[in-house]
Design a protein around this ligand. Structure first.
Ligand SMILES: [Zn+2]
Length: 313
């Protein structure tokens, strides 16, 4: 175990302890999971697909992803890992062809006790909807790898296990979707340094009519929060978080995420959207906004197109 792994491990334990403390006095959530068959035979919009994981426990969430892929006849690889930190199944779906790979990630686990709708059932649903679209018209000059890791909430354990075992040369970039189910403004975060991949991401967002510092924001390394992309960043790959936020909360969010100590104190009062439900019993399906999810699918499609163009030039 490397020193970096020890850091990720301790961070995961700390996150869990903080979540437990925050939820200790909250009543158990009353969200009921949608019967799996209703989701499998229902509409395949991102908002409808958010029901696939919401309000299930982690074992059922993990199984539900495999059920959906199986029911849709999607070829996928199961990457199983087991360490002293935990165990789980990561799922990998490859689309398109080419010698460069864009990796898009949405973890399927949730913090125990939370319905986990925005964190992260919505993001899994977004990638499943994107999968349908890309399968219908696969990019010919870019490989798109959709990765659904387990155990993100344990210090990115699933993603770390994947990075350890997978061959990761020719990866153009990595985006990890977190909290993508509400708001109108995209945040690309942990994006401190200028890279070719960051130019690709910016170009794609501008192609769908988004404007820098208005309808999308690029922010540097965030101190307390993190996501699976950090396991890839640790391997030297350009890797960012992708989150949807309400424009009206942009200033409050900036203050919240960049002042972790103040934020911790403020946690007992009002946290800005989407952090007011993050890791809590209130992270319910009803808080999700269909338009937000659709906008993320649109942005990702643009990124695939832009990255495919960059790969060919
Ligand atoms: Zn998450």
């Amino acid at each position: 175990m490397s020193l970096r792994d020890v850091g990720f491990f301790l961070r995961g334990r700390l996150n869990r302890a903080v979540s437990r403390a925050l939820n200790r006095r909250a009543p158990a959530h009353t969200e009921t999971p949608t019967p799996l068959n209703d989701v499998l035979s229902g509409p395949r919009t991102p908002i409808a697909l958010s029901r696939l994981l919401t309000a299930r426990d982690n074992a059922a969430r993990e199984a539900a992803v495999a059920s959906w892929l199986g029911a849709r006849g999607v070829p996928f690889t199961r990457h199983r890992f087991a360490t002293f930190e935990g165990r789980g199944d990561n799922y990998v779906v490859d689309l398109g062809a080419g010698d460069r790979t864009l990796i898009l990630i949405a973890h399927h686990d949730a913090v125990p006790g939370s319905p986990g709708a925005n964190d992260n059932a919505a993001s899994v649903a977004i990638l499943l909807a994107l999968l349908e679209r890309l399968a219908a018209a696969p990019p010919s000059r870019l490989r798109v790898r959709l990765l659904f890791p387990a155990c993100e909430e344990l210090g990115y354990l699933g993603a770390r296990a994947y990075v350890r075992d997978a061959s990761l040369d020719r990866v153009a970039g990595v985006l990890s979707l977190e909290l993508c189910g509400m708001g109108d403004t995209l945040a690309i975060w942990d994006a401190g340094a200028q890279t070719t991949f960051l130019s690709t991401v910016r170009g794609a967002l501008e192609n769908v009519g988004r404007r820098a510092d208005e309808t999308y924001h690029v922010v540097g390394k965030i101190p307390v929060f993190g996501s699976d992309h950090r396991a890839f960043a640790a391997a030297g790959i350009p890797a960012y978080g992708l989150t949807m936020v309400p424009a009206s909360e942009a200033d409050a969010l900036r203050a919240f995420v960049f002042s972790p100590m103040k934020s911790a104190l403020r946690a007992v009062k009002r946290r800005p959207v989407p952090f007011d439900t993050y890791h809590t019993t209130r992270d319910a399906l009803g808080t999700l906004d269909a338009a937000a999810l659709d906008a993320v699918v649109e942005a990702l499609e643009a990124m695939v197109a832009e990255a495919a163009g960059a790969a060919s030039s």
